[in-house]
Design a protein around this ligand. Structure first.
Ligand code: ACM
Ligand code: ZN
Length: 554
């Protein structure tokens, strides 16, 4: 035994003189970084020392990472003074304080991560993780340094559409791990849309029994080369949702669910046709796009409404004239708010055609009774009624920028996607804004001019993402304070696999993280470009697909 210990010590001693710590390439760039000389060695005899609130939870996270990628864990002990060969995790408060402020000191014989809250410790651990080698060894050399850091924006989001294509629980966890690595703090989960309802609602089992499945999907770019005639579906049980919310919370990520209304509601209407202005009208799908099964079902009178099999915007939306529509949505939101503790609930609000409302006697009656001058005002009535309900439960709504039309709901936050104009208008009206303009934040657009896989229209190179500033020059200081952050969006019409998700978001997600975290004055494209080369190795080390032949410039 003694010989073994001596041999191990000798090995460590010899290795330590040979070892070189990896270069310092942290994304997003910290506010203050002072490089030291030499390194600290993490070995199986290093201990994690916990001190204060949330420290144990963070210690488990760090150990989980070491186990997964290096095959060993460290012993966790609670605070004792002056312990050498240790990683001290310290925070006085739980949760997020000062936008996740933390300090990370790596010295010759110890590491100390101190967070203003638990989130700060977590971000310090992410920076530490980014210093680890891309090699499975038993001695991990990390460079001596001092970092003092905090986020620029309070809201740092990534979105994923799971309606057009479904992604399972394991993948959602992987996505959450990825966004945690880059210090995002919000996962916007787009759970419902025309092509599939993806969350179990106990009171309305039809939403998943019927609404989570479609009879086929168009092949190729819209309008497509016919239908694949293959049933497609999937949904998350409430137990799975709870598991994901808890998994994200351990990583200081809030999950914001999106329940689309009043548009993008074909899947719900397929399950409950009474939600439509015209329950007996068959869903219109052009013949060259619809599956054989759907045609037969309709012809044989088995089905009136269909879950959509193609992409776009559809006329059949929730009827704004029936109180039963609102009672249904309130029931759904009740279950959603029980599952998701987030301050915000995203209620969609985008792309709601008004054709049905114009023809529907109940919608027209609602307009008359409430002195609503047009259907945009009716949309505003719809959103405000839902907002009142959500507010009555102590929560707030986020809506896409169409919720500005006809008048903003009083406490709403606007997510600006059709450019920045909606966000600018909302900020001037003293509403909180999350910027997600398609030209900078829509990662469903092609990352390369020579892209050979299917993508949505448009081209969004990495440099354009990197150079984005969510705070428009046209806002004064007071108005600017309403811009709480920004979000990268991945719509999945043309994203059917896990590896394609990663291909579309990497490396743009890494670029966006620096937009959201790093002070504007500290951002530097040339420096980022160098770090990005190194980052490709990280993606490989983590086993993540990414776009390799992306163009950085327009
Ligand atoms: C959206 O892209 N329709 C928000
Ligand atoms: Zn109606």
């Amino acid at each position: 035994m003694k010989t073994l210990i001596i041999a191990t010590l000798l090995l460590i001693f010899t290795m330590s003189s040979l070892l070189q710590a990896s270069p310092i390439h942290i994304i997003p760039q910290p506010a203050y970084l002072n490089e030291g000389k030499g390194h600290f060695l993490i070995t199986s005899s290093t201990r994690i020392v916990t001190d204060g609130i949330d420290a144990a939870k963070n210690a488990f996270f760090l150990n989980g990472y070491l186990k997964k990628y290096y095959g060993f864990e460290l012993k966790i002990i609670s605070k004792q003074a002056g312990i050498k060969n240790s990683i001290l995790l310290h925070s006085d408060k739980s949760g997020i304080e000062n936008n996740g402020a933390y300090s990370l000191h790596i010295e010759k014989d110890r590491v100390e991560i101190s967070g203003d809250g638990g989130a700060g410790v977590f971000y310090g651990i992410q920076s530490l993780i980014q210093l680890l080698p891309f090699e499975k060894t038993i001695i991990l050399a990390i460079p001596q340094l001092q970092i003092k850091d905090t986020a620029r924006f309070a809201y740092r989001g990534m979105h994923l559409d799971v309606s057009r294509h479904f992604f399972d629980v394991d993948f959602i966890k992987q996505y959450i791990d990825l966004i945690a690595l880059y210090k995002f703090n919000t996962f916007h989960w787009h759970l419902t849309d025309d092509q599939g309802w993806r969350i179990e609602i106990k009171k309305y089992p039809g939403l998943t029994a019927t609404g989570s499945k479609r009879n086929g999907t168009i092949m190729g770019h819209y309008p497509g080369k016919g239908n694949d005639n293959t049933e497609y579906g999937g949904f998350y049980t409430q137990e799975q949702v709870k598991e994901i919310v808890a998994y994200a919370a351990d990583r200081y990520i809030t999950v914001i669910p999106e329940i689309e209304l009043p548009g993008h509601s074909s899947a719900a209407i397929a399950a409950y046709p009474g939600l439509s202005c015209f329950p007996k009208r068959t869903t219109a799908i052009p013949l060259n796009m619809v599956s054989i099964k759907s045609v037969q079902d309709v012809q044989q009178g088995n089905t009136i409404k269909l879950v959509q099999e193609t992409w776009g915007v559809f006329d059949d939306v929730y009827c704004a004239g029936k109180d039963s529509t609102f009672f249904f949505l309130q029931d759904v939101l009740d279950e959603v708010m029980t599952l998701f503790p987030s301050k915000y609930i995203h209620i969609g609000g985008d792309e709601c055609p008004k054709n049905n409302w114009k023809q529907c006697p109940l919608c027209q009656r609602r307009m008359k009774e409430n002195n609503l001058k047009d259907e945009h005002a009716l949309q505003s009535y719809f959103i405000q009624r839902i907002e009142k309900y959500v507010n009555s439960k102590g929560r707030h709504i986020i809506g896409w920028d169409e919720i500005l039309e006809g008048g903003l709901a009083p406490n709403s936050t606007v997510m600006s996607w059709r450019g920045e104009q909606g966000g600018i208008l909302a900020a001037r009206q003293m509403h909180q804004v999350i910027m997600a303009p398609g030209g900078y934040c829509y990662f469903n657009r092609s990352i390369s001019k020579n892209e050979d896989s299917l993508t949505a229209g448009g081209f969004l190179p990495v440099k354009k993402v990197y150079q984005y500033d969510p705070v428009s020059d046209s806002l004064n200081a007071a108005q600017s304070s309403y811009i709480i952050g920004a979000e990268g969006c991945l719509w999945t019409e043309y994203v059917a696999s896990n590896s394609k998700v990663m291909y579309m978001v990497l490396p743009r997600l890494s670029a966006l993280s620096e937009v959201l975290w790093t002070e504007k004055a500290k951002k530097n494209w040339n420096d980022f470009e160098l770090r990005l080369l190194y980052e490709s190795k990280r993606y490989e080390w983590l086993g993540l697909n990414f776009c390799k032949k992306f163009e950085v410039y327009e």
